[in-house]
Write a protein that binds this ligand. Structure first.
Ligand SMILES: Nc1ncnc2c1ncn2[C@@H]1O[C@H](COP(=O)(O)OP(=O)(O)OP(=O)(O)O)[C@@H](O)[C@H]1O
Length: 246
């Protein structure tokens, strides 16, 4: 596959003219697998939302190479997803196929078969008719990964996919992410667990409102870089509105 690089050029993103992220510059190469890490409030979700087009930069830009906006599969943070919507597991997973079926297209036998395969792949065989509101947090995350499988996108962007998820589910879903990497999809994931990042993610982008480091994980997450990121975060904590004017 190996298509779908995302170049980020001198990107500055602000809320109410306060910069949350300043001058980020680099490239998520096609087929690369990158963890986005940094202290709380470092701008990780802000970057992700800008990459997927939810936020517009005040300076700089994101350049998609060899793929369209609809070729991106995006998993938001769990807290941003409304689970009270009364639909079944199957209905939610089928939505992943909208690129192929169209928003109001008929769901054919092929999509139903792929949905069943996807549910099996995430360990939820037999859950198709359950209401999404009745699932545990881990089961719901498995459903969202099944939907990503249906999306079959060259670029996959995950915001804290394993936060508040049990160890077993994390291991299963991480195996899927590694499989996608093996299929040369471009993977970008916000993560908090440094051991997990070091073990599984070849590249890392360390943020602290600015770009502290971006490169091979061992170098990007060197003790010196982590200290620098922490020191930058401590400076924000000392002042109530620490964000600089954009
Ligand atoms: N909708 C918003 N309006 C105003 N400020 C915001 C908004 N969303 C985020 N911010 C601010 O932008 C900064 C970066 O937030 P962001 O959520 O991107 O950080 P993060 O690194 O993802 O944090 P965490 O690890 O806690 O999820 C923070 O100061 C945050 O308070």
């Amino acid at each position: 596959m190996s298509r779908g690089s995302l170049a980020v050029s001198h990107l500055t993103v602000a809320y109410d003219r306060q910069a949350a992220l300043r001058d980020i510059d680099g490239c998520f190469e096609a087929g690369s697998m990158t963890a986005v890490v940094g202290p709380n409030g470092a701008g990780k979700s802000t970057l992700i939302k800008t990459l997927v087009g939810i936020l517009k930069p005040v300076r700089g830009r994101v350049v998609r190479q060899d793929f369209a906006a609809r070729d991106v599969a995006y998993l938001p943070q769990a807290a941003e997803i409304d689970r009270s919507f009364p639909i079944t597991v199957t209905d939610l997973v089928v939505l992943g196929a909208w690129r192929h079926t169209g928003a109001f297209g008929r769901v054919g036998r092929d999509v139903m078969a792929r949905t069943a395969d996807a549910l099996r792949a995430v360990g939820l065989d037999g859950f198709g008719q359950r209401a999404i509101g009745s699932l545990s947090a881990g089961q719901f995350q498995r459903v969202l990964f099944a939907r990503l499988l249906l999306q079959d996108a060259p670029v996959i962007i995950l915001d804290e996919p394993f936060t508040a998820i049990d160890t077993r589910t994390t291991a299963d879903l991480l195996a899927l992410v590694r499989r996608w990497h093996g299929e040369e999809r471009t993977i970008i994931a916000v993560l908090h667990d440094f051991d997990q990042v070091r073990a599984h993610f070849p590249r890392a982008l360390l943020l602290a409102r600015e770009q502290v480091a971006w490169g091979p994980t061992a170098e990007a997450l060197s003790p010196a870089n982590l200290l620098r990121a922490r020191a930058m975060a401590e400076r924000w904590d000392e002042t109530p509105d620490h964000r600089a004017a954009a």
